[in-house]
Design a protein around this ligand. Structure first.
Ligand code: ADP
Length: 642
């Protein structure tokens, strides 16, 4: 794996992991808080609903107890007490009619009870009001009193009746009600029964059948928080038929008053309900189940029974937690997008950094392979650019050092060559000089002995002598070049040195009708610390070259000026200028463009050697407007600082 991939991956983890974890933890906290809030709200909601139901049930019980005391009923009780008498008591029909009227009137404004019955002490219904209409007594029973329904003949029921406490409401399923249950039909509420007393003895029972209309109304008024489904379930572990019976279901449209509906049990209707936990009852919630959260509260609707009602609110898990699931999804999608964006940007950034670095690497590799002309392109991030610039500077410096080293080597080679040429020339010159002096001496002797009239031979001898003298002059030049004795330094003023040199060259100039003109511009003030004799030789050589190059009647100017610690002496002529083709060779020994006999080609070579030996520089350039200019630079000592 490449280093940059490593770095990218770690950077990615370092950025995304804490962000993702923080996001998920935050969502988790919010979700928990939301769950607590929902549980609190729904708990309060259920408690409120149940207390409304309880109030309603209590009111009904109170009403039934109150009904047992009303005049129309107490007037009827003595007649009811005579239910086993062989004769029907007089005034019985009127009393029944009054009681029916009263009960019908009682039910008129609000139909509290669906059925009201007055039973005798054997549980036989003698008076019955269904809704607001009394039911006529149609059956002639065993006794003298007419009965409304057929006899039930249920000894357990009669025994149960016997056990009732006067002044208290008890609940059961009346045999007449049970008869209707043979079909799969629901019975939501138990019948309420109150013993009726006359002369200190229980003579009958007032029974009320309630279908739960008021409970339905109370439950309908419960606000549906969080879109909760509301269920009322009966818990009665002693009666399996009713244990888990759904009495009310807001989703299924089931109400307590739907008597004809098929009985539904909670575990089969709602398989996702935590039935095992719910049947324990009480108040609480279960909100970590996979499909739905369940909130529950319990009441005991019948004082004399263990039966209880569980009011349940069922909230769909998605509806409850959708925004948190969405939050988690958003974090996941955000992380995925961030991942993509990060990879894209990282790739782009890495390319931006890596490409210039790779280019720089190729440049360095090419350089080390020998391509010394190669330079880095200023490209990419500023650090890489600076690296490239630094490399370029280094390469430039190395190139300059190479050039200087080559030049120094060339110079050394040149000097070595000159030295060997000089040595050889000096040897030759010495060997030739002595015989040449002898030749000149003999020529002189021969000339003296010639007869006065021997014009021809004398002329020949003079010509021979001329040639010998010329050869001697060449030999002197060679010796001057070769000798190059170490400089004997002395301090002298530039002006006096220039004047002496011009005086030495004056005769040669005069012979060619050339004027030598000095312009030393304050040369009196400046002094040099050098070998005056050697420098005079340099200047004479330059002057002679200028004179030889000048046409007749021309002027050779000699100028001196001071520049930055140097004195610059210029010897300027108006001749033909420097030979174009051989400009590089002017300072080579024995290089000359002059006709045979006119030049030895040693003047400039000697002058350059002497100038450098005295710490100076010598160059030759063409002049603007024609002619040549010899430039001799020497380190100076100012007179005023002597
Ligand atoms: P020589 O004078 O004997 O030829 P030098 O070494 O003095 O030898 O000069 C070498 C050559 O330099 C000359 O032959 C000439 O071509 C050229 N030269 C020197 N000085 C001048 C000048 N002032 N004007 C033109 N050419 C010059």
């Amino acid at each position: 794996m490449q280093l940059r991939t490593h770095i990218l991956l770690w950077a990615l983890l370092a950025a995304l992991l804490p962000l993702g974890v923080t996001g998920l933890v935050a969502v988790g906290h919010l979700e928990q808080a939301h769950r607590r809030e929902v549980a609190d709200q729904l708990g309060a909601n259920l408690r409120g609903a149940l207390s409304a139901v309880e109030r309603q049930l209590l009111a009904e019980r109170e009403m039934l107890l109150g009904l047992a005391q009303v005049q129309a009923l107490t007037d009827y009780l003595p007649l009811l007490a005579a239910s086993r008498d062989p004769l029907r008591p007089s005034g019985y029909e009127e009393a029944v009619t009054r009681l029916n009227r009263f009960l019908e009137a009682f039910q008129q404004p609000v139909t509290t009870f669906q059925l009201l019955r007055v039973m005798d002490r054997d549980g036989i219904t003698r008076v019955k009001v269904r809704g607001t209409r009394s039911v006529p007594a149609e059956f002639e029973g065993l006794g003298t009193l007419p009965q409304v329904e057929e006899e039930s003949n249920a000894p357990e029921f009669v025994a149960w009746l016997r056990g009732l406490v006067p002044g208290e409401v008890a609940f059961t399923i009346l045999p007449s009600t049970r008869r209707g249950l043979d079909a799969p039909r629901r019975l939501t509420m138990l019948d309420a029964v109150v013993p009726l007393q006359f002369a200190g003895e229980v003579v009958g029972y007032l029974a009320a059948t309630t279908w739960g209309l008021h409970v339905d109304r109370a439950l309908e008024r419960v606000p549906r928080l969080y879109d909760a489904d509301l269920l009322l379930v009966e818990l009665d572990s002693a009666t399996p038929r009713r244990h888990g019976l759904v009495l009310y279901d807001s989703t299924g449209g089931l109400q307590l008053t739907d008597l004809d509906a098929t009985p539904r049990m909670l575990p089969s209707t709602y398989p996702d309900a935590p039935w095992t936990m719910l049947q324990v009852g009480g108040e609480g919630h279960l909100d970590d189940l996979p499909t739905a959260a369940w909130y529950h509260a319990e009441i005991h609707p019948y004082p004399n029974r263990l039966t209880s009602w569980l009011l349940l609110a069922r909230v769909d898990r998605d509806a409850l937690l959708i925004r948190y699931q969405q939050g988690r999804q958003a974090i996941a999608v955000g992380a995925a997008l961030a991942l993509l964006a990060f990879f894209g940007l990282a790739h782009w950034g890495a390319r931006r950094v890596a490409m210039p670095v790779a280019r720089l690497e190729r440049t360095l590799a090419a350089y080390t392979e020998g391509d010394h002309a190669r330079r880095a392109e200023p490209d990419g991030p500023s650090e890489v650019q600076r690296l490239g610039v630094a490399f370029n500077r280094l390469a430039d410096r190395l190139a300059r050092a190479d050039r200087e080293r080559d030049a120094a080597q060339q110079q050394l080679l040149g000097q070595a060559r000159l030295a060997s040429i000089g040595q050889m020339a000096a040897g030759l010159a010495h060997e030739i000089n002595n015989p040449l002096n002898n030749v000149l001496a003999y020529l002189k002797l021969v000339r003296r002995e010639l007869p006065v009239d021997a014009e021809g031979p004398r002329h020949d001898l003079d010509a021979a002598r001329e040639e010998a003298l010329r050869a001697a002059s060449i030999i002197r030049g060679v010796l001057d070049f070769a000798r190059q004795a170490p400089a004997r330094r002395e301090r002298f003023t530039v002006a006096s040195w220039l004047r002496d040199a011009i005086a030495s060259a004056a005769e040669s100039a005069r012979q060619r009708s050339v004027t030598l003109q000095l312009d030393d511009r304050g040369g009196d003030d400046v002094a040099c610390d050098a070998d005056r004799g050697q420098l005079q030789q340099v200047l004479i050589n330059l002057l002679l070259n200028a004179v030889q190059a000048s046409p007749e009647g021309a002027t050779v100017e000699v100028m001196a000026e001071v520049l930055d610690g140097w004195v610059l002496v210029k010897v300027c002529d108006r001749g033909a200028g420097l030979p174009v083709a051989d400009r590089e060779r002017l300072f080579e020994p024995f290089f000359t463009t002059k006709p045979v006999g006119a030049g030895t080609g040693l003047g400039l070579a000697v002058a350059l050697g002497l100038a450098e030996q005295n710490g100076g520089r010598l160059t030759l350039v063409d002049r603007l407007g024609g002619g040549a200019e010899a430039r001799l630079e020497l380190p100076l000592v100012r007179e005023d600082v002597l």
